[in-house]
Write a protein that binds this ligand. Sequence first.
Ligand code: ATP
Ligand code: MG
Length: 183
Amino acid sequence: MRLTKIKLAGFKSFVDPTTVVLPSALIGVVGPNGCGKSNIIDCVRWVMGESSAKYLRGESMTDVIFNGSSSRKPVGQASVELVFDNRDGTLGGQYASYNEISVKRQVNRESQSHYYLNGTRCRKRDITDVFLGTGLGPRSYAIIEQGMISRVVEAKPEELRVYLEEAAGISLYKERRRETERR
Ligand code: ATP
Ligand code: MG
């Protein structure tokens, strides 16, 4: 499974529709300070369901929407789509047979988020389910940002266990058990 495309519009500094193509497994993003490198990482977390503004380096959830610049007016919504090559069937539960999986999230100024899986409107849970147990997720170790190494080093045993369980693929089954117990 590999992320092959990121399509953004109205997300942070990416006001115009932009497609970032990731042609190989190893990609370097370079550019001057403030050009939007970290915003790309934020958008990946955001699509996968991140619901804490702090983790997206903002104060409220609508801070991800382009809020204007000296030459442009703010816009009303942000949208990001991630396209994965899934020919190896890593992603997905019921979607595992799809060669390509697209997940998309939109948010408007009223803080309403809509999620889409391969173009069809779905629940946030459906998106979470696609990634559960794959090691990829809004807070997973698949994204290692500044400060994360020290968070892992300083983590309490219970917090470390969460990382280990995701790496071992156990978190999927724990989540299923929690659901069954709730019913
Ligand atoms: P550095 O090299 O310093 O880490 P970077 O390339 O990672 O820089 P980012 O943090 O991705 O930069 O981008 C910061 C830029 O994004 C700032 O110019 C900021 O004004 C802009 N930005 C963030 N949120 C919004 C928003 N909602 N609307 C418009 N611009 C935004
Ligand atoms: Mg940065």
